[in-house]
Design a protein around this ligand. Structure first.
Ligand code: ZN
Length: 55
């Protein structure tokens, strides 16, 4: 997967989807090994399925 890194900017900018540029939103996994855990998911879901783990 191609990774692009922008220059360091505001924390908000880090929560933009690297694939489509939409804001990432807080979600809770409803299935799978991470069920019940919070993660960041693209607000463009389901058109964009980009997710990030919360560090
Ligand atoms: Zn996206």
């Amino acid at each position: 997967m191609l990774k692009r890194y922008r220059k360091q900017a505001s924390p908000i900018d880090e929560n933009l989807c690297p694939q489509c540029g939409r804001p990432m939103v807080l979600r809770i996994a409803t299935y799978g090994d991470n069920q019940g855990n919070q993660f960041l998911g693209c607000s463009g879901y389901p058109r964009c399925r980009m997710t990030k783990q919360i560090i």
